[in-house]
Structures are given as structure tokens and as C-alpha cells.
Ligand binder design. Structure first.
Ligand code: SF4
Length: 282
């Protein structure tokens, strides 16, 4: 699926990329304790304990308990629905989330890059709280630039999931439109890879909200969790902080397609291999 298409930047993109690359190099060179200090100073996270895995609380996710979905959770859903289930369960049980050193670097990069965006590149209002009563979605847009009719989603890394980011940006545009903030709202994703606009329909974005909502509701109601990742993408488990803890102790059956179908979604399953190998010795 092509979820993003290139868009013309309205700011100095090469300068922006230099800033992001310089932040990345600086973050990679820091000690874990220095990274934790930066996280501690941000409003977004509270550091509970610093060990091999860092324990944090995300202070912006309190509305989960009341059935609201945050656009940023689409990314976690796309990485692993089971991990989303685990994190929601932890939040509602009052337990901290677990973070590895690479995740800590990504968090700090996000904090510092967003600071730079606000100080040097934004032309509109930053950190704008948006809500859609119709979709029961809420979140904080990085920027709402009314003068050019844009909501802006800033990405601090190169390795993001195009679909998750497109859904996220599209949802911010839907929310800004529903709130009547601008006459015509377009979304832009600003990343070191380039500037993109989401190329997906509103109903597809809404369908992702529904998937995320079902995982959240299942976690809140202690229903069966989504299955483990399929073998083709299980390499993601190697970097998951819950691999040896929560994930190992939860029940697991079937595939994500079985799980989605059991929740009423029609899914297109990937085709099994069409050609099977036969040897042709002669
Ligand atoms: S270990 Fe793998 S399957 Fe389990 S929650 Fe983490 S990413 Fe998902």
C-alpha cells in the first residue's frame, strides 16, 4: 500500500535534515544516565526506575481508560497488537512501561527534535490538543498552521512505518476539520526522509482506529490477547522489552488474521506460496 506521497516543503528542508542528523549523533553519544535526565525534564514521561530496562510512565495516555484512542497508538498496533495489549494492561494496572536503550534514544531524539521544530521551523501553533467526538479519538498535533491550512506531524527518525504515520497524520487532519479550526485542512509529515502527505481515505484511517480500540477494550476487559507475531516478522521480538516477561506468560493462539476475523474484521490474508520447489535432478 502506498500510504504517503511526496509534498513540497514550505520551509528549509536541508537545514531541517541537518538539525535532525546532528540531534541523532548527539543522542547516540550520550550515556544512558544523560538520556534519562533529558526524559525526566520533559512533561511527557515520568521515569520510575532506571535499570537495564528503564521503567517509565507516559503521562499523556490517561484517557485510554475511558475508551479514547490516540493516533500515536496506531504505530504500536502496526508493530505488534500484542505489545499494544500489554502496554494498555500495564497502564490500567498502574504498572510502568518498559523501555530499552534504543527506545530511550528514540524518545530523547523525539523530545529534542520536536523542541527544535517548535523553536526554529514552526510557523503556526504547536502542541495543539485535537479531539474527534465522532471517532472518539484525541491527541496532540505537533503543529497547526492555519495560515497554510496544514496540520503537521514531525518525525525524528528515518525508520518509521509509512502506513502508521499516514493514518496518524490523516487522523489529525480529520480532528482539525471536525473542530472547525480551518476551512480546508491538509496533513503533512515532516521527516528526515522528506516531506509527505498521507495518501489514504478517511474510512481506512477510521478502520485502524477501530482495530486499536478493540485491542484497548480487550485489554481493559481482560479478554484474550492478540497472538504473537508471525514467524515472518518475529525478528521484531528481539527488541521487545516484554519478550521474557508479559508476552511469555500470556495465552497465545492462532494468527493476527484469525484474531481480526474473530473480532468481526474482514481481512485479506497473504497468499501462501504459489510455487513449491521440486528438484530436477537428471
Ligand atoms: S515479544 Fe514479540 S509478540 Fe511478544 S509483545 Fe513483543 S513484539 Fe509482540
Amino acid at each position: 500500500m502506498r500510504a504517503l506521497r511526496a509534498a513540497d516543503p514550505w520551509f528549509d528542508f536541508s537545514e531541517w535534515r541537518k538539525v535532525v542528523d546532528s540531534v541523532r549523533r548527539s543522542v547516540e553519544s550520550k550515556q544512558t544516565s544523560e538520556l534519562i535526565d533529558i526524559v525526566r525534564k520533559s512533561d511527557k514521561y515520568e521515569v520510575v526506575r532506571a535499570g537495564k530496562l528503564i521503567e517509565i510512565r507516559d503521562t499523556e495516555l490517561g484517557w485510554l481508560r475511558h475508551g479514547w484512542v490516540y493516533p500515536s497508538l496506531v504505530n504500536l498496533y502496526r508493530r505488534c497488537a500484542r505489545q499494544l495489549y500489554i502496554e494498555v494492561s500495564r497502564i490500567t494496572d498502574g504498572k510502568p512501561l518498559l523501555v530499552t536503550r534504543p527506545q530511550l534514544e528514540a524518545m530523547v531524539r523525539g523530545i529534542l527534535v520536536h523542541e527544535e521544530w517548535r523553536k526554529r521551523f514552526a510557523i503556526g501553533e504547536t502542541e495543539v490538543e485535537l479531539v474527534s467526538e465522532a471517532l472518539k479519538v484525541r491527541g496532540v498535533a505537533d503543529e497547526v498552521a492555519r495560515s497554510v491550512g496544514l496540520v503537521v506531524e514531525v518525525k525524528s527518525g528515518y525508520g518509521f512505518d509509512d502506513v502508521a504515520v499516514a493514518v496518524q497524520a490523516k487522523l489529525y487532519a480529520i480532528m482539525a476539520e471536525e473542530m472547525g479550526l480551518m476551512d480546508a485542512v491538509a496533513a503533512r509529515v515532516v521527516s528526515p526522509r522528506g516531506v509527505f502527505e498521507p495518501a489514504l481515505r478517511s474510512d481506512l484511517a477510521a478502520s485502524y482506529v477501530q482495530r486499536v480500540r478493540i485491542v484497548i477494550e480487550d485489554a481493559l476487559n481482560n479478554r484474550e490477547p492478540p497472538p504473537r507475531l508471525s514467524p515472518s516478522v518475529r525478528s521484531r521480538c528481539e527488541t521487545c522489552p516484554y519478550r521474557l516477561k508479559d508476552c511469555a506468560t500470556l495465552k497465545s493462539a492462532g494468527t493476527i488474521f484469525d484474531w481480526l476475523e474473530s473480532r468481526g474484521f474482514q481481512v485479506r490474508r497473504p497468499q501462501r506460496t504459489l510455487l513449491s520447489y521440486t528438484s530436477s535432478s537428471s
